[in-house]
Design a protein around this ligand. Structure first.
Ligand code: GDP
Length: 339
């Protein structure tokens, strides 16, 4: 049962009509003073991805066949360049007749460790102004869910300031104005997080909405403004032009904004994710990836392929549908979870 205050807040969100609306979640209920379990650290991606498992099973009790090995590595989404390097290293290093699958796994792990950056840079607030994070990606990859998960993650990050005893503050902007469902969905997440959401009318200009959201974030001294953008695939040119406009418009407030442009990709889509990364990178530039659906998919090589080919690092991973199924990317945890 919703309390009277909760129902009022939800109504405020549902009935919003003016060009710029605010959904105010019940921060007392959602956050408490520090309502999210204090000191809770996000589980490193503790669910095994096991994307090398098929490889191990394939070669369990038989000699390594180079063609088959090449095919298996490509099927694991590691990318052509990486696959070629792994095979070359193996051919140079191992006596072919003695080589077993454990040698292959060892070299795969070493090559991946060489490619992926050791540390994922954390997202820290900008002094005296909102840090703007643009979340982009095609529909269905988990963009809206990841916006909410990132919001929660940032709320929980410890504040490194002797003068502040509170939590980081977050404002969400529902800049996917072309899908009423996306606005509604983000509104529900905003409620759960106990944060405000700026939304526009259906079909409103996303750039104008982000502009207004920035003003709101500045006025409220918000630490992080998270903009959930549209991802319609069928009008790619328009979509990229629209995202470029969002970036330009935010830059009018702060030339360094958006400070982060994170592409959300679905790990299970393999080479599609690589293509998406190519297109978004060339159109708007990317500071990192959020790779979703690493849970139970047996996929995950795309993290390596995108870093290897495009130099775009994975910053966060999504490992489920719940708010907590999210973690800062950790190279060692990733390598440990390959099998
Ligand atoms: P959007 O269209 O890109 O905004 O995608 P949504 O955020 O609506 O997510 C699409 C579907 O993917 C939803 O059913 C989410 O619950 C689900 N989803 C998002 N992230 C993950 C994840 O990391 N793992 C799993 N298993 N599902 C996810």
């Amino acid at each position: 049962m919703r309390s009277e205050a909760e129902s009022r807040n939800l109504l405020l969100f549902k009935n919003a009509r003016s060009p710029l609306h605010v959904c105010l979640g019940n921060s007392e209920r959602c956050l408490g003073p520090f309502g999210f379990a204090q000191g809770k650290t996000f589980a490193r991606h503790d669910k095994k991805m096991k994307f090398l498992e098929t490889l191990v099973q394939t070669f369990a009790n038989k000699p390594i066949d180079w063609d088959e090995l090449e095919e298996s590595l490509i099927r694991a989404d590691l990318g052509v360049a990486m696959t070629t390097r792994i095979i070359k290293t193996l051919q140079e290093r191992e006596a072919w007749s003695l080589m077993g699958i454990s040698d292959v796994v060892k070299v795969v792990r070493e090559e991946i460790a060489r490619i992926l950056p050791a540390n994922s840079p954390p997202i820290t607030p900008e002094p005296g102004k909102p840090k703007v994070i643009l979340l982009v990606g095609v529909n269905g990859t988990g963009k809206t869910t990841s916006t909410a998960k990132l919001g929660r993650y940032l709320q929980q990050e410890p504040i490194l300031s002797a003068t502040r005893m509170d939590r980081h503050t977050v404002l969400l902007a529902a800049a996917d104005t072309f899908r009423a469902a996306a606005i509604g969905q983000l509104g529900i997440w905003a409620e759960r997080l106990g944060v405000e959401m700026i939304q526009g009318q259906y079909n409103a200009d996303p750039a104008a909405l982000c502009y207004e959201a920035y003003q709101a974030a500045l006025a409220r001294q918000i630490d992080f403004l998270l903009c959930d953008t549209a991802g319609r695939q069928h009008t790619k040119t328009n979509l990229m032009a629209e995202l470029q406009k969002v970036k330009r418009t935010l830059g009018k407030h702060d030339p360094s904004a958006p400070h982060e442009t994170l592409l959300v990709v679905d790990a299970t889509t393999g080479s599609n994710a690589l293509n998406q990364a190519r297109e978004f990178k060339s159109a708007i530039g990317l500071t990192g990836l959020i790779v979703t659906k690493l849970d139970g998919s047996g996929k995950g090589g795309i993290v390596v392929a995108i870093q290897d080919e495009l130099g775009v690092p994975t910053r966060f991973v999504g490992t489920g549908e719940r708010l907590d199924d999210f973690a800062l990317f950790d190279r060692q945890a990733y390598i440990d979870n390959l099998l």
